[in-house]
Design a binder for this molecule. Structure first.
Ligand code: BG6
Length: 481
């Protein structure tokens, strides 16, 4: 299949750090058709050769196993092209269209790896020159809007130029292998369905923890905060994958309809709920892996005095027959104790125990990173004494070991899906807007509340109020239990 993949913002951070390495991996795994072209578009003048040289240099920063050899790069570089464009000039879009039309590739994917404020004007220009035919798809990265109104505005422009099936909104968490496995676990095994419900499950915890701080992204992050950066998208998408009903088929819309139902079933926040069920925090100086690290406000001058949250913990419920009364807890933050993401399904205690109580119960841990895997904690008899003693033991499944084949990274998977027109892992506009609708009362409440985020020391697990939030229901975060 001949394709043209156009990277707007082709010399920007996303293109360098994520897209090029992912495209190279796809190439190395033999998944990128050889008659494809990858066109980087940016403002500066440079030739194809100069761009290829730049990319060659950038690969020096990529981890060794994922770096091309000289001959691999020579072959990969043949796919790379460069085009200078001023994104405000319609003539430049016409030039791009001519370049694409001359070859007439079957598939054209336009990846907007630009600053989000360009999404609307770029889409309008693409429409104006007719770069929106049925063989064209446009891919957008978050942040897609700052709130419901701005997301709706972007979607309105998108819809005026492209069909919904041509507009691919990336949430890179959906591309992570563990998330594919979550679907496989739930809908490929008969074992879990009967217990995947309120009768067997006590609570569900989603933790997306980062030990890194905001680094050089302070300016962006300060306008965004953890709720918009991680909860509205990544955490809610994971929640939908856990809570959704089995779709009728693997068709993208069948899946997205079910995810949307979950988002619509989330208990809406009232003012009182936000004060009670949502904790926001901001990191202060602390120690991570033995190294002192500065507080958020000391990261750079403009952050001084900031009230942006770098941590969120919240409790919600999915109001339907399957999940009524089961708390779902979400927790995410920067400068926490470790860099890891996991989902913990805590099962209920046995209804009547004949053994001395250990306080433990079964749990299933779905690990997203650093490694992806599954852990099922079962109770087993430990030793032989006067009384049988029970202790939890875990069945560990390491997907890298189970499948000797090379695992596909999130961006590689999503780029290949975009080229193939597989939409399952992209977020539909109604899902995205519903997620904004749900977080908005939190944003509104915070904007009126003078207290601001609670401080927490870098290297811990966030403010004490986060542990108190879950302890109120008689539970503990999984690393505390
Ligand atoms: C991005 C956020 O969407 O996800 C970043 O903007 C965050 O702030 C990143 O660091 C986390 O992604 P991952 O894949 O490293 O967990």
């Amino acid at each position: 299949m001949a394709f043209d993949l156009v990277l707007f913002g082709g010399t920007g951070d996303l293109a360098w750090r994520k897209l090029m390495p992912a495209l190279f991996q796809a190439f190395r795994h033999g998944k990128l058709p050889h008659d494809g072209r990858i066109l980087a578009v940016a403002r500066d003048a440079r030739s194809d050769e100069q761009y290829r040289e730049l990319i060659r240099g950038r690969f020096a920063d990529v981890e060794e196993a994922k770096r091309p050899t000289r001959s691999e790069f020579e072959r990969f570089a043949q796919l790379l092209h460069y085009r200078r464009m001023d994104l405000s000039r319609v003539e430049d879009y016409q030039g791009l269209k001519t370049w694409i039309d001359e070859r007439g590739a079957e598939t054209v994917v336009l990846f907007l790896a630009t600053s989000p404020h360009l999404f609307m004007p770029v889409c309008e220009q693409l429409g104006a020159v007719g770069l929106n035919g049925p063989h064209v798809r446009v891919v957008l990265e978050k942040p897609l809007g700052h709130d419901l109104a701005s997301a709706q505005q972007i979607n309105k422009v998108l819809r005026s130029v492209f069909d919904e099936r041509q507009a691919l909104r990336i949430d890179h968490y959906l591309g992570k292998p563990a998330v594919q496995n979550l679907s496989a676990l739930r809908f490929g095994n008969a074992l879990f369905e009967p217990i995947w419900r309120r009768e067997s499950i006590a609570n569900i915890q989603i933790t997306l923890a980062e030990s890194l701080g905001v680094g050089s992204r302070g300016d962006f992050y300060n306008r965004t905060g953890a709720l918009r950066d991680m909860v509205q998208n990544h955490a809610l998408q994971l929640l939908t994958m856990i809570a959704m009903e089995a779709p009728a088929s693997s068709d993208a819309d069948a899946i997205r309809d079910e995810k949307l139902k979950v988002l619509r079933s989330l208990r809406p926040f009232t003012e009182t709920d936000v004060a009670r069920d949502v904790v926001r925090g901001q990191y202060r100086a602390g120690v991570i892996a033995g190294q002192p690290v500065p507080g958020y406000q000391q990261e750079s001058e403009p952050l001084s005095g900031s009230t942006t949250e770098t941590f969120v913990a919240l409790r919600t419920e999915v109001q339907n027959w399957r999940w009524a009364g089961v708390p779902f807890y979400i927790r995410t933050g920067k400068r926490l104790a470790t860099q890891e993401a996991h989902i913990v399904i805590n099962f209920r205690h046995v209804p009547h125990s004949i053994f001395p109580s250990t306080g433990a119960a079964n749990k299933l841990v779905i690990k997203l990173q650093p490694e992806d895997g599954l852990e099922l904690h079962l109770m087993a008899a430990k030793g032989t004494g006067q009384h049988e003693l029970l202790a939890p033991v875990s069945l560990d499944l390491d997907f890298d070991k189970a499948f000797a084949t090379e695992r596909v990274g999130a961006y590689e998977r999503l780029l290949l899906d975009a080229l193939a027109g597989r939409l399952n892992l992209f977020v539909r506009s109604d899902e995205q807007e519903q997620a904004w609708r749900w977080v908005e009362p939190i944003l509104n409440h915070w904007s009126r509340e003078p207290e601001g985020p609670k401080p927490y020391a870098a290297g811990g697990w966030g403010p004490a109020a986060s542990s108190a939030l879950i302890a109120r229901d008689g539970f503990a975060w999984s690393e505390e239990s």
